[in-house]
Design a protein around this ligand. Structure first.
Ligand code: BGC
Length: 270
């Protein structure tokens, strides 16, 4: 009888620890990848009594005129051209010290010739010069690779093995039928890096209904995966505004679904 009580006690203890840690492991993860001329003010607040899940934003740049009260602005050092690096340090310190910023992003799709276009070694050198000084002042992201960037990222992490990299942002674009490919891609980066992952650009190719169905599966996967720290669906950018009605500021149905589906659900705020 005593033994049985002990077992019951253990089960009760284990259950309460599980509940506590599950609650502690839940945090809003949704954000916006938004160019400054795209209106995003209506992604905050609530809809049908559901609070917005959107609490961070970035704009592929190191400062913004569109910081929203409901969101943390995350500066990015897009690449190593002078017009990016010249302002980087001042802007990053400004946002850390005055703007509530706790995270910084580095080079955008460096493995692509039409984006940041850096070898792993060039990126590691630039990372040490421009990102490493912020160690301990903000959480620091690795360069963000596209879904062709696995080998590049692997080489970068070796070239930058002494670097203080807190998290790893990645992108994904593929057909709407390939949601399992999206999950495998995210999980493969978690395994490769042993760090938390941000999906800072992703979009399913297909009609709006196809994208909506994709998000019904993708959002629960992302919210419930403790390796995923944050994500931002592509759709508030100059070249894709699918989260907005016309050009905004009102949200499209997809935008409402993205911002106001409760935590762990992609089904919309109903
Ligand atoms: C580019 C950015 C651009 C954004 C939105 C990104 O892939 O690197 O420069 O602002 O897309 O079009």
């Amino acid at each position: 009888m005593t033994r049985f009580n002990n077992v019951t006690g253990y089960v009760a203890l284990a259950t309460s620890l599980l509940i506590t840690s599950t609650a502690a492991d839940s945090w809003p993860k949704r954000g916006l990848a938004a160019n400054d001329d795209v209106p995003i003010s209506q992604f905050g607040g609530s809809w049908n009594n559901h609070d917005s899940q959107v609490n961070w934003q970035y704009n592929w740049d190191s400062t913004t005129s569109q910081k929203q009260s409901f969101a943390e602005y995350v500066p990015m050092l897009w690449g190593t051209a002078n017009y990016h690096t010249d302002q980087w340090s001042d802007n990053a310190w400004y946002w850390i010290n005055n703007g509530g910023t706790g995270h910084l992003l580095a080079f955008n799709e460096p493995e692509r010739g039409d984006q940041a276009n850096l070898s792993p070694q060039q990126a590691a050198d630039a990372w040490n010069q421009y990102m490493e000084p912020f160690t301990g002042h903000a959480q620091l992201g690795a360069p963000s690779v596209s879904n062709d960037g696995y080998d590049w990222l692997n080489q970068f992490l070796q070239a930058c093995s002494g670097c203080h990299i807190d998290f790893v942002p990645i992108h994904w674009y593929n057909d709407h039928t390939l949601e399992s490919d999206f999950e495998n891609w995210v999980n493969s980066i978690c395994s490769l890096t042993g760090r938390q992952v941000w999906i800072t650009e992703f979009q399913a190719f297909g009609s709006i209904d196809d994208q909506s169905n994709f998000l019904r599966s993708a959002i629960p996967f992302l919210d419930n995966n403790p390796c995923v720290y944050r994500y931002s669906y592509f759709g508030t950018a100059d070249n894709s505004k699918v989260l907005l009605q016309d050009d905004g500021p009102s949200l499209s149905g997809l935008g409402v679904q993205y911002a106001f589906s409760p935590y762990g659900s992609g089904d919309g705020p109903n």
